[in-house]
Design a protein around this ligand. Structure first.
Ligand SMILES: NC(=O)c1ccc[n+]([C@@H]2O[C@H](COP(=O)([O-])OP(=O)(O)OC[C@H]3O[C@@H](n4cnc5c(N)ncnc54)[C@H](OP(=O)(O)O)[C@@H]3O)[C@@H](O)[C@H]2O)c1
Length: 257
């Protein structure tokens, strides 16, 4: 079984812990390996926490860092305060990896699926990170990292439900950064293009534009070390999305993208 708090691991905590929300995702797992390698105690949050057991054993053995696990369904907004209290400490860094691509054609016909996509990608992460940020502000330090998406840079017919939720999340992170920059709390927005993960399994993705989870995790770690605000992964996506944003609406609405 996994212990919910780092204090119960018995290992000495020298650095402020990193909380990874959505720790069972391919990117979450890659992030745990990078931050563990760098010596950070880890707190892993996932809705099926029992599936983290082998990851925890591996991370502890490999890097000798304390690793705790806490159950979280991010959609349970009323339970978010209790979740944070159960961590036993306020982490130094919090990375929110939670996301849901969903099926756009089906969601167009179903308010239930639309609601799920919007709440999973925007409302629930914004509520949780907002509360974490308030606690970090009171402490006067911390770093909040949100995984958004280039899909939020412009709504496209093929995935505007996911994209609009990510647009909301991106704007939320931007405002939070603006609010907290004077209070010792750093907020970083990650905007990946394509990543080779469970979310994109079965899709044909161009290799040049597709990052691997380990590459994404390394880039996030380096971006945090360099104090970056907004990071496109791979960097070429910044140019691609600039071009896409510049296409006049009169032309854009005729494109099938
Ligand atoms: N893959 C890409 O091409 C790509 C591109 C741009 C942005 N992103 C973003 O990158 C992040 C990671 O995605 P990924 O590609 O690694 O896909 P993924 O493996 O599907 O990761 C999504 C994670 O969100 C978790 N999650 C979903 N609903 C949740 C809920 N209600 N409560 C708690 N956790 C929940 C999932 O938990 P379970 O493990 O329990 O299912 C899963 O671990 C997402 O925010 C995604 O939008 C991905």
């Amino acid at each position: 079984m996994t212990d919910p708090t780092l204090a119960q691991t018995g290992l000495v905590v020298r650095r402020e812990p990193v909380l990874i929300i959505g720790a069972l995702s391919d990117i979450g797992r890659a992030l745990a390996r990078v931050y563990g390698r760098e010596g950070y105690p880890l707190l892993l949050a996932a809705r099926r926490v029992e599936r983290l057991t082998s990851d925890i054993q591996d991370l502890t053995l490999r890097f000798g860092v304390p690793v705790g696990a806490v159950e979280l369904d991010i959609l349970d907004l009323a339970g978010q305060g209790a979740f944070l209290d159960a961590l036993g400490c306020l982490p130094g860094t919090v990375i929110c990896v939670v996301g849901l691509l969903g099926c756009q054609p089906e969601a167009e016909k179903s308010w239930i699926q639309t609601d799920l996509i919007l709440r999973t990608n925007y409302v629930a992460p914004a509520c949780l990170l907002g509360e974490i940020a308030n606690r970090m502000q009171a402490r006067g330090s911390g770093c909040v990292i949100g995984i958004s998406s280039v899909a939020g840079d412009r709504g496209r017919a093929s995935n505007y439900l996911y994209g609009s939720a990510k647009a909301g999340f991106t704007a939320f992170l931007s405002g939070l950064r603006n609010r907290l920059s004077r209070h010792g709390v750093k907020v970083m927005t990650i905007k990946p293009g394509f990543i080779d993960t469970r979310m994109t399994r079965g899709m044909t993705l161009p290799p040049f534009l597709t990052a691997q989870p380990a590459e994404v995790a390394e880039a996030i770690w380096k971006a945090q070390a360099h104090g970056r605000d907004v990071v496109y992964l791979r960097p070429v996506w910044r140019l691609i999305m600039l071009i896409i944003r510049l296409i006049p609406e009169v032309l854009f609405k005729k494109l099938e993208i």
